[in-house]
Design a protein around this ligand. Structure first.
Ligand code: HEC
Length: 214
């Protein structure tokens, strides 16, 4: 008899655990399906969300004119530690497993002298001829997904902040691109503020608060 009671207790505990797991899963799903961005200027992280039907969730590209000036370049240099086994970022640096990355921000795609690019990367160059901020941002999130057939064997950097810091760091390495002006259309939620017409703008909180390091 008491054995039976014991069994019931165990069953009960198992059910309770299952309910908690379900609850957590529902909570996590809710988190990942939040439409509103958490921070102005940052893309929504859709990290490990399942790719049902291959349709990516809404992802806004960062507003580079806002995020680059406040990016943490030293932190970006630390992220670059993940790249140094394959890439050199010095001026005139050699090609290694991967091409030299001096000046890569703004450089034509698949153009570094002496490097044998994959067919996938060469095909990508036809669609995306330049390593713009947006291109780097997407490529570095998941190289194999953004450039089909790339031979860059690297899983990617999931956190938008880390990619932004990394791109800000690479930007200091001989980039040909300037920092663009802030783009109000990339400021989700920031109504038609952005660049108020001279003079008569209402005293609304115009500038978005600088994204806190998180
Ligand atoms: C395991 C080696 C490896 C690692 C680690 C790696 N890469 Fe690469 N990378 C490559 C290879 C190989 C290519 C050439 C890809 C091709 O031709 O498909 C490449 C290509 C690139 C390109 C395109 C350059 C061009 O000239 O078109 C960029 C940008 C880049 N890598 C950035 C990075 C950054 C930033 C990191 C670190 C976050 C990184 N890579 C980590 C091997 C690597």
């Amino acid at each position: 008899m008491s054995g039976n009671l014991q069994f019931n207790k165990i069953l009960g505990a198992g059910l309770a655990t299952a309910l908690v797991i379900m609850g957590v899963r529902i909570g996590v799903d809710a988190l990942y399906h939040t439409e509103a961005p958490a921070k102005p200027g940052y893309a929504i992280e859709v990290a490990e969300a399942p790719e049902a039907g291959g349709v990516a969730a809404v992802e806004l590209d960062p507003d580079w004119g806002t995020v680059l000036p406040t990016a943490d370049i030293a932190a970006g240099e630390k992220v670059f530690a993940k790249c140094v086994s394959c890439h050199n970022d010095h001026e005139g640096g050699p090609n290694m497993t991967g091409p030299g990355l001096w000046g890569v921000v703004g450089r034509p795609t698949a153009s570094h002298a002496g490097f044998g690019y994959s067919d996938g990367m060469k095909a990508h160059a036809a669609e995306a001829p330049t390593w713009s901020y947006d291109q780097l941002y997407h490529f570095l999130a998941n190289p194999a997904k953004w450039v089909k057939g790339t031979k860059m064997g690297f899983a990617g950097i999931k956190k938008p902040e880390e990619r932004i810091n990394l791109i800000a760091y690479l930007h200091t390495k001989g980039s040909s691109l300037g920092i663009p002006a802030p783009d109000p259309t990339r400021q989700p939620g920031a109504a038609p503020a952005g660049a108020p017409p001279a003079g008569d703008a209402p005293a609304a909180p115009a500038a978005a608060p600088a994204p806190a390091a998180h």
